[in-house]
Design a protein. Structure first.
Length: 217
């Protein structure tokens, strides 16, 4: 999928969040926007920690992959906007390393991602819900290449977006656990970090988390 399509998909998924925020009251027959407190914004929230595995399909010209499966960890802090939408901030770190040289080069790829995060929720049962995680923000990628005792490292910040799907179950009234998948698109080309073997193709990541979280008032 082209980067523009990813951006349009992210905007489409975010529309319900902005639409739901436009709530109003009627005063003397006139529609007026309600105070934030009246429609539930910033009333309670949640924090969750996630850890799991990540992969990237990107490869240098000539074959092989920059990385094998790596590890990803992150935290998400959200406040409740409406019963079905939360928003806040999200940070993740992902690290990859090739276990064996690819074309006589060993690669290490690291990604740090900082997002404005949104969570669209649907209660399926009293203690079980499905949700869509969506985020817009930035990512910093660094690629280290090692060959014949020499090391070259390059890094870059760029706009990034993610979308995914998740499910969670309440362990107690305030503690929950779940599983979440994210597709992350940093708008950084492989050629930005690998001047010799890179191309115009953008990096992509697939994150799979196990999450543990706590809600607060």
């Amino acid at each position: 999928m082209k980067p523009l399509n990813h951006l349009l998909l992210s905007i489409f998924l975010l529309l319900p969040a902005f639409v739901s925020a436009q709530q109003y009251t009627t005063v003397n027959g006139q529609k007026e926007f309600a105070d934030l407190a009246d429609w539930g914004a910033y009333h309670g929230g949640e924090f969750s920690f996630g850890m799991g595995v990540t992969s990237s399909p990107n490869s240098p010209d000539g074959g092989g992959n920059y990385t094998k499966n790596g590890a990803v960890v992150g935290g998400t802090w959200l406040v409740t906007m409406t019963p079905h939408i939360s928003s806040g901030f999200d940070y993740t770190y992902a690290g990859f390393r090739t276990p064996a040289p690819v074309q006589n080069v060993r690669y290490t790829l690291e990604a740090q991602e900082v997002f404005a995060a949104f969570k669209l929720k649907w209660d399926i049962a009293p203690r079980f819900r499905l949700y869509l995680p969506v985020g817009l923000g930035a990512a910093y990628l660094s690629l280290t290449q090692r060959k014949d005792g020499m090391e070259l490292k390059r890094g870059k910040w760029a706009f990034a977006a993610y979308g995914g799907a998740g499910a969670e179950v309440d362990i107690t009234p305030t503690v929950f656990a779940g599983v979440e998948y994210r597709y992350v698109q940093p708008f950084i080309q492989t050629g930005d970090l690998d001047s010799m073997g890179g191309s115009s193709r953008y990096f992509q990541f697939h994150h799979l988390f196990l999450r543990l979280g706590k809600r607060f008032d």
